[in-house]
Design a protein around this ligand. Structure first.
Ligand SMILES: [Zn+2]
Length: 305
């Protein structure tokens, strides 16, 4: 069987082309993407659930030329992303498996965490193909309710869907996922127009900050609206924010959707910062390649995102 090698140096365009090739072969016409059909095309004979270590997401094994993906039954809400990630491994390191249909590279030159990040990039495109996702979110308001409906449509976790929304949203929006660290909340991941998670912002919220919708949402686990102020020393810069807290205990996190202050609301901002706040979204490719990705453990010891 012939393997279609799309590229040896991997760019976002190459990833989209390779995933498009697989979607056509698997006859995927709309969401949710049939990942099992794509796994079969890539020579994965078995996809099974098992009780793995609490911090493992899944693993890919090759035994006598047969590929098996094992997904952690303790992490069911992440299973589709993990399966997509393991499929990405078959595209980036085809294992010499003659049944692999589409390869992004025979040898991509990346190892360790760089390879894991690249597999995450491919997994996002498999789970939320750019054109399908763009079509699905066209005309939707930047609101957590709209993201929740989109997550159901793509059969994906809310957090992964929200971050993809930040990349593909039709208008300027920053999606930020926050986790507790000590007595504050820190940015775990962000996508879209940099408004509060840019490197020159403090991007930390005190848990006791009553003025921050993000901090209030963490405490209430409900939906909170208000203004987020990214700079302590420039309190006049404030962006409208909708935030909601999810899950409990160590898993608790806050998703926030932040939109640029409108021209009226920004009337008292300094000119240079106002320009930044009102700038349109940066190109998607740039954001996809440079936005921070969560740390991943070495290959096939995948820890929760
Ligand atoms: Zn991996």
């Amino acid at each position: 069987m012939e393997t279609n090698v799309v590229a040896t140096q991997v760019s976002i365009d190459d990833i989209r082309r390779a995933v498009g090739d697989l979607l056509r072969r698997a006859r995927v016409a709309g969401p949710p993407v049939d990942l099992l059909a794509i796994a079969r095309l890539q020579g994965i004979e078995r996809v099974e659930f098992a009780k793995l270590g609490p911090r493992l997401l899944g693993k890919l094994r090759e035994k006598r030329g047969e590929l098996t993906v094992t997904l952690n039954e303790r992490q069911p809400h992440r299973s589709r992303f993990t399966l997509a990630h393991e499929i990405a491994h078959t595209m980036l390191e085809p294992f010499g498996n003659p049944r692999t249909k589409t390869a992004l590279a025979h040898r991509n030159g990346r190892r360790g965490s760089a390879l894991e990040r690249l597999c995450d990039e491919v997994a996002v495109e498999l789970l939320f193909p750019y054109e399908l996702f763009r079509h699905a979110v066209a005309g939707l308001p930047p609101a957590i309710g709209a993201v929740t409906r989109t997550a159901r449509l793509f059969d994906a976790s809310l957090e992964a869907t929200a971050l993809r929304y930040g990349e593909v949203a039709p208008g300027p929006v920053e999606v930020v996922s926050w986790r507790q660290q000590g007595s504050g909340l820190k940015v775990k991941a962000s996508r879209g127009t940099p408004l509060v998670a840019a490197s020159d912002c403090r991007a930390v919220r005190s848990l006791s900050d009553a003025s921050s919708p993000v901090a209030r949402a963490f405490r209430s686990r409900g939906a909170e609206r208000g203004l987020e102020r990214p700079y302590d020393d420039m309190p006049w810069i404030a962006h409208p924010c909708e935030a909601q807290g999810f899950l409990r205990g160590e898993a608790r996190y806050v998703l926030s959707l932040i939109t640029p202050a409108t021209a009226g609301a920004a009337a008292d901002t300094t000119p240079d910062r106002r320009d930044g706040a009102l700038a349109p979204s940066a190109p998607i490719d740039h954001l996809t390649l440079t936005s921070p990705r969560p740390e991943r453990s070495p290959r096939h010891g995948h820890r929760p995102r």
